[in-house]
Write a protein that binds this ligand. Structure first.
Ligand SMILES: [Zn+2]
Length: 173
């Protein structure tokens, strides 16, 4: 998918509420940052209301599957008492990876909204388009680049800090 262009056929969406809910996901990403986790946050909305919020906890839980999206999905399923999230939307600060994109298809989100695209490894059109694969039994709408600069800025400053720390460690030896 070419993220630079928006096809004319793309449905009109409420940009204000997308920006608002992405703000909630950004708050989660900041909590990940504070916990020294790669700063990615996610929220799930159901009929315009947030029902789940989570941030990346791979290091804290020592669980490679503890991505923000996966944790938010599990919460949302338990809130609704239903694994089918077809009336829900997922907001996440970075494009979902292939694992999360697979989970997104399984729970049948109607739409996913993300901030920062991931052309190297993204599973929602950046590299693979798993969430819209005609071979799978569900496809969901994608809205991308919502509050892009803020979502990307958090990731960039996190990794810049990590690199600086590595250099300083090297100098100390
Ligand atoms: Zn993921």
């Amino acid at each position: 998918m070419d993220f630079a262009t928006t096809p004319d056929s793309e449905p009109i969406i409420d940009l204000h509420s997308d920006a608002y809910f992405m703000g909630e996901a950004l708050r989660m990403a900041q909590r990940a940052y504070a916990a020294d986790e790669v700063p990615i946050g996610a929220v799930v909305t159901h009929k315009g209301r947030v029902i789940a919020r989570a941030f990346n906890q791979v290091e804290t839980l020592q669980d490679a599957t503890a991505h923000a999206e996966m944790l938010a999905i599990t919460q949302a399923e338990s809130v609704l008492g239903n694994w089918r999230l077809n009336e829900c939307e997922l907001y996440v600060t970075k494009e979902p990876c292939p694992m999360c994109a697979g989970a997104i298809v399984h729970v049948r989100f109607s739409r996913i909204i993300f901030g920062c695209p991931d052309p190297k490894g993204g599973g929602a059109g950046g590299h693979f388009n798993i969430v819209q694969s005609p071979n799978l039994n569900h496809q969901c709408e994608i809205t991308h680049s919502v509050r892009l600069e803020e979502c990307r800025g958090l990731l960039r400053s996190f990794f810049a800090e990590k690199r600086r720390a590595l250099v300083q460690d090297g100098d100390a030896k």
